[in-house]
Ligand binder design. Structure first.
Ligand SMILES: C[S@@+](CC[C@H](N)C(=O)[O-])C[C@H]1O[C@@H](n2cnc3c(N)ncnc32)[C@H](O)[C@@H]1O
Length: 174
């Protein structure tokens, strides 16, 4: 079944600006002992995979980038483009990621709001040792997220798990 958002084009001025801003934030926050080319990235690519170019421009390697996609058609299309793609829900992927396989960057460019249940499941996944110190970007669809739950839950664990990112919350992206 197609997820809402799987069929939308994400190539637009506002989204492009947001994507560039987001990748700049990620690059700026790399730990001193890491360069972009050493980082393993998990991301929601979408059909157009527009993150890839932005990531490459900043030194991330396509070989170290793993797309996660719940929509089967989009996942198939990404694989046909040669993108390493896990077909499934990113929340499940976070929760069953091999603990010894460290992930450096997680881009959750969701096309939905984040309800309390999902927040808890994302939190449970990201609290695992393989994500400690990871740079995490979460993009919610404005108007659909549970703002109160977001502030009380995500805000508090972000300040613990990724303190540098909590200063970079932005509330006007597409
Ligand atoms: C907003 S789009 C990604 C856009 C892309 N990051 C860009 O900047 O152009 C989100 C994509 O992730 C997929 N998606 C949304 N929620 C998901 C989830 N929970 N697990 C896996 N894939 C999801 C959607 O089907 C869609 O293709």
């Amino acid at each position: 079944m197609a997820l809402s958002g799987a069929e939308i084009s994400y190539i637009s001025g506002q989204k492009n600006n947001w994507r560039r801003w987001m990748w700049n934030q990620v690059k700026e926050r790399l730990p001193k002992n890491k360069t972009a080319k050493d980082c393993l990235v998990l991301y929601l690519a979408g059909r157009e995979n527009a993150d890839l170019e932005e990531a490459k421009r900043r030194g991330f390697l396509p070989a170290n980038m793993i797309a996660v996609e719940a929509d089967k058609d989009v996942a198939r299309s990404l694989r046909q483009q040669g993108v390493t793609t896990i077909a499934g829900n990113v929340v499940d992927v976070l929760n069953c990621w091999p603990l010894e396989h460290k992930v450096d960057v997680v881009i959750l460019d969701l096309c939905a709001g984040l309800g309390l249940d999902m927040i808890r499941r994302v939190q449970a996944g990201l609290m695992q040792p393989c994500f400690v110190g990871a740079i995490v970007s979460i993009n919610l669809q404005r108007g659909r997220d549970d703002v109160k739950a977001f502030k009380s839950q995500i805000g508090s664990w972000l300040s613990v798990i990724a303190p540098s990112l909590s200063g970079a919350l932005r509330n006007n992206g597409p």
